[in-house]
Design a binder for this molecule. Structure first.
Ligand code: NG1
Ligand code: ZN
Length: 545
């Protein structure tokens, strides 16, 4: 009853605005920060219940990623550092939709606790962290207060990137087998691995061509949390990597005309980062889980390297090492893409690298889930969010290879490079800082320049369109969203149009985040890709009138 009283007080302090409907989507709960406080109560309660059920620490990250400063949001993190299991999204949605009435809410909690077979005083732990938004401390405090009502022990990590919190939750729950459960532990793990991997390589290069200067990088930190965290990388790795940080939050606004999302969308440099004489540039997003590279060639042309490029780079490096270590035929490796991946990247991975590609519906959760089917599952969304998952089987094979005295030095070296590389990767979720170090390590070990990386294959010209129709649920898809099953005849029409273009490919799907339908088309020339997309748009409009 005491708990119920406390909850009443909290609800009175942060009432639910009337008429508001908020669903737990791919980004958790996300909307304008000023209408978020009430949902933080409900998510705090849910995090606590989840923790009681799993008998493990659950994470709650307060961020709205690449969205503007005035937005915010919250996402829960499951025990192994992965996103909240889909089966719990329904509880999140139920809690969100309940009226702002203590008795209604309390009844629901009691029903849920009975159903989940947990008690109010069962132990629970929730780890909280937030990004640099002004609204974040208040919102995180509400999550804390709500969770404490259900007897929850709170660990507040305050300012962290999203991937850092995922990592921390994982470490806490597996008794620090994955790494030590602090920010220092996080940096230690990735920086030590990076150093190990490239120091030996640089030593060899020095012997042949003299001392090599530190690799230079200019990074747009989107005026977000990444800026202060990049400082650690600078401090620890300055002899190997010189990072100049731009958009560090001292002048510009969070994600405003900057950040990975802006660069990807407009295919141009962000404000606040002059393209001067750096060999390479990067943008991360507001919570540092996305990464994009770009550079200017000698003809002053802008080139961007996005998620597909990371998949190709990571897959080539890993498959080279597997071949060198003679482990290739003992493990199952795959790249996971969505239909938005450029056809050239898929072609290169499958036909040049001989690595299988799986295609899944849009959304990180689908990519991550599929990646678990492999010993090495590499996934990236085109927007620059992605990572690599390594199975226990792979890890023990690699360890055995390193220790196997019957193997050649070359085989054992490749295996140990692979083992160290695994430590750079944040296996819980896409991580801009970890992916940055992984990319730099690979470029160094493969002796590839950014131009060399770009020229591994040439993208097919592509076009994406947004089409507003009266009801986007009229469009239904199958086969990882690559084919339409409704409205009738739409797919036949698409097939017919596509067949007229060389290397033509197109698909149509309703967006999960906006009230529109997305049309994607690619072909051998930009003119053709544009024309194909436009033809498809007309058909979509015609058949959904
Ligand atoms: P929708 O709106 O469902 O296409 C978009 C992005 C996804 C993903 C989600 C979540 C495209 C084509 N789609 O999904 O990649 O990032 O938002 O943020 O860019
Ligand atoms: Zn993000």
């Amino acid at each position: 009853e005491f708990a119920k009283e406390k909850l009443t007080t909290l609800m009175l302090e942060y009432p639910k605005p009337s008429g508001i409907i908020l669903g737990y989507g791919t980004a958790g709960f996300r909307t304008r920060a000023d209408i978020l406080p009430w949902i933080m109560i409900r998510i705090g309660l849910l995090a606590s219940l989840r923790s009681k059920v799993k008998k493990a620490c659950i994470g709650a990250m307060i961020t709205a990623s690449h969205n503007p400063e005035h937005d915010n949001g919250v996402k829960l993190i499951d025990p192994y550092g992965e996103m909240l299991d889909q089966s719990w999204e329904v509880y999140a949605n139920n809690l969100s939709s309940l009226d702002d009435n203590i008795h209604v809410l309390w009844d629901y909690l009691e029903t849920l606790m009975t159903q989940l077979n947990v008690q109010l005083n069962d132990k629970s732990t929730v780890a909280i962290a937030y990004d640099t938004r002004q609204s974040s401390p208040l919102l995180s405090n509400i999550v804390k207060n709500a969770a404490e009502i259900l007897n929850t022990n709170i660990m507040n990590f305050e300012l962290m990137t999203t991937p850092q919190l995922h990592y921390t939750v994982r470490c806490y729950n597996d008794n620090e087998l994955y790494g030590s459960c602090t920010e220092a532990g996080y940096f230690d793990k990735i920086c030590t691995a990076f150093r190990k991997l490239i120091e030996a390589r640089r030593y060899n290069l020095c012997m042949t061509s003299g001392a090599k200067p530190a690799e230079q990088l200019a990074i747009d930190a989107a005026n977000g949390i990444g800026a202060q965290k990049l400082v650690y990388l600078n401090q620890r790795l300055s002899d190997l990597l010189t990072i100049e940080i731009f958009n560090d939050g001292t002048k510009g606004h969070l994600n405003e005309k900057c950040g990975a999302d802006y660069v990807k969308l407009y295919q141009k440099a962000p404000d606040g980062l002059p393209l001067t004489n750096y060999p390479k540039y990067c943008s991360i997003d507001g919570d540092a889980d996305r990464l994009i590279y770009y550079f200017i060639d000698e003809n002053q042309r802008f080139h961007m390297l996005d998620g597909d490029r990371f998949s190709v780079l990571f897959a080539s490096f890993i498959s080279n090492k597997l071949k060198e270590a003679k482990l290739m035929d003992q493990v199952k490796m795959g790249v996971i893409q969505t239909a938005y991946a450029n056809g050239s990247s898929t072609n290169y991975i499958v036909n040049t690298m001989n690595v299988p590609v799986a295609c899944v519906p849009t959304g990180v959760k689908h990519l991550h889930h599929k990646a678990l089917d492999y010993d090495i599952g590499i996934y990236f969304e085109a927007n620059g969010h992605g990572t690599v998952l390594f199975s226990d089987n792979l890890k023990s094979k690699v360890k055995a290879a390193i220790e196997d005295q019957n193997r050649t030095d070359e085989e054992r070296l490749a295996a140990s490079q692979l083992r160290v590389f695994i430590d750079i990767i944040n296996e819980t979720v896409g991580d801009a800082l970890a992916d940055l170090l992984a990319t730099e390590a690979i470029l160094c070990l493969m002796n590839l320049s950014i131009e060399g990386w770009l020229h591994l294959y040439n993208d097919l010209p592509q076009r994406q369109l947004k089409v507003a129709i009266k009801d986007r649920t009229m469009i239904q898809t199958t086969d990882a969203e690559r084919r339409c099953i409704a409205p009738a005849h739409l797919q036949d029409c698409i097939d017919e149009l596509v067949s007229k273009y060389s290397s033509g490919r197109s698909f149509v799907r309703p967006s999960g985040t906006e009230d529109i339908v997305r049309v994607y088309a690619e072909a051998t020339t930009q003119v053709d890709a544009d024309k194909l997309a436009d033809d498809i748009r007309k058909i979509v409009e015609e058949l959904t009138k």
